[in-house]
Write a protein that binds this ligand. Sequence first.
Ligand SMILES: [Zn+2]
Length: 383
Amino acid sequence: MTLRSLLSLAVAVIAAFVLCAGGLAGLVGGGTATAGCVPTAFPPSAASPAVWPAVGGWDSDQVGNAATIVTTGNRLEVPARGWVIAVATAIQESGLRNLAGGDRDSVGLFQQRPSQGWGTPTQLQDPAYASQAFYRKLVTVAGWEVMPLTDAAQAVQVSAYPDAYARHENAATDLVATIADTLDLPDGLAGCGTTGPWTAPVHAPLVSGFRIPQRPGHDGVDLAAPRGTLIRAATAGTVRTVACNAVHADSGADWGCDRDGDPVRTRGCGWYVDLEHPGGLLTRYCHMDQPPIVRPGQQVAVGQPLGVVGSTGHSSGPHLHYEVRVRRPAHDNRAQAYEPVDPVAHHTRVGAPLGHHPPHRRAAAPPVPVPPPSAGPAEGFLV
Ligand SMILES: [Zn+2]
C-alpha cells in the first residue's frame, strides 16, 4: 500500500464520520442520505494524464472531458453520485464533446445556454467552468442524491427529452469509476459492480445470516448500513413489487411505514421492493426508510438506486434485510413460487460478495456500530 493510498484512507475514515453525522446537509440541500456505496472523501486528485487514453468506446478527447467533469466534482466536494449524473448528462447533451454550438444558443459539454444565465459562450466552452455550473445547480436540488438519475439531471437541465439521461447511467458509472481509479480518487463506486452483472446492494457488515439456528425462518441476511444509505439493484431486472408491509404483530392491523417498526410489536418487510431477474431469480430489499424510488414494471440496471436504508416493518434498527430467491419448477405446487437461497453463497458465486467494503477501503474501514439482531419471529412475511 502506498503512502498516498494510506493518506486517502485516513481522509476517507474522517469523511465517513462527517457524512454519517450529516455534515453534508448544507451542500445537498437538506438531504440526509449518504451517497453511493460508501461515503466519499475528497482528497486532491493525482495529476491527470496530459492525454487520456481511450476507454471502452470513448476516445481520448471524450475521456478527457469526462475527467474534467470528475475532477471538478471532486474539487467542489460533490459526492461521486453527482459525477455520474454530470457525466451521463454530458453524454446525452454533447456526446462528451466540447461543442462550439448547438440548439439555439446552447454551447459546450452540457449544452448550457448563455441566454438562460449559465455564463458567457466563452466560459461555457471551458469544460471546468461548464462542469462547475452544472454542479452548482445540482446541489441545490433537494434530495438529488437519492433521485433517479433522470430526475436529478432534468432538474438541472430542464430538457425536452428528460428520459434520455437514464440510458447513459451504466456507461457513465463505468467511465467515472475508471477515471477515479486512475486518479486514485475514492469514489465509492468500486465494488458497486456496474462493470459486472451483480453487485452488493449495500456495502455494510453482515449482522444476521440466512436461516441461522437461532432464526431458522430468517429467509435473508441483514446488512447493517446506516439509515439513508442508498440501496442498489443487485443485478439488472424488472421491478415486480413496491409496497409497504408492516402490521401489528398481535392484531394484524396496519402499522404503517411512515414510522419505524419494532422488533417485537411489528411484523412485515416495511417499505420493500422485489425485483425479478432473468433465469428465474428474485431479489428482495426490506425496511426502507422512505417510499422506494422505483415503480412496478420499471426496468432497472445493476447498481441502480432503489431506495434508502431504514427501519420500517419488523426491525430493531436501520439495516437492509436482503433476500435472493430462485423460482421453483412449474410442477412444484407449494404456495411460494420462489425458494429462498443463501444470499451470501449466491453473491460469492457471482463475484459480488456481501458484507465487505470496497477493496480500497477495506483495510481501514471504520468500526461500524452493529445493532443486535432482531429478536422475535423472522421477518420473512411471505410464507
Ligand atoms: Zn432480516
